[in-house]
Design a binder for this molecule. Sequence first.
Ligand code: MLT
Length: 251
Amino acid sequence: MPNSRKRRVEVCFSPSQYHLYKQEFEIAVVIDVLRATSAICAGLEHGIESIIPVSTIEQAREYQNQGLPAAAEREGKIVEGFDFGNSPYAFMNPELKGKTVALTTTNGTKAIEIASDMPMVVIGALTNIDALCAWLVEQDKNVMILCSGWKDKFNLEDTICAGAIADALIDSNKFKADEDSTIAAKFISRSAKENIFSFLKASSHRRRLKKLNLNEDVKYCLTPNSVTAIPYLVDGQLQKLQFEFKAKSLA
Ligand code: MLT
């Protein structure tokens, strides 16, 4: 396809830079590999009907008071008074099947809220990367990949995932990238590809989660393609997109 007809895919490293990118894109892919978006993908894959992402603990508590299962995480820990935080394994609980769950996390749900003025918001993680890329390639739309980062700072794990998505879309020959952030994300992702786990050994959130004994969560989140669910935002709730993914590795 000639370059002039290609759609754009770009990586935004932090929610604090979202305003610099947002005008030119129709789809936002929000990523928080460790662990919010991996947990959301796991939940919808395992039968949760919908997830309401909220940015504050108070909002999550309101839903809890209305009788909804509610999850809250801050600094990697479960917030007091809530049954679970954002461990992906908690979102696989069979008791949550068919239910609507409210969720607030330090960075991930905040990034989703920031991106919610985009015509379409979908959720990405390493765990759903091939299905997500296959769906994105079928859309004739400009795609912005928003990394949730850590408190508005750059982080490695989201960048690795974002770079892999950008690489896969550009490989499809339907997308091009102009921004240096996208080029950097692609290079980081390629360097990490062979062993993401060891590449991230020294990364800040991996260290934070290790201290909290959450290594199993990290292993789950860094293992690509365990699910095919693609969550998307509809009326403030995340639901599973209807898309039949035919397994063929793109990422
Ligand atoms: C977040 O949203 O900041 C993360 O998911 C934090 C975590 O891993 O607990």
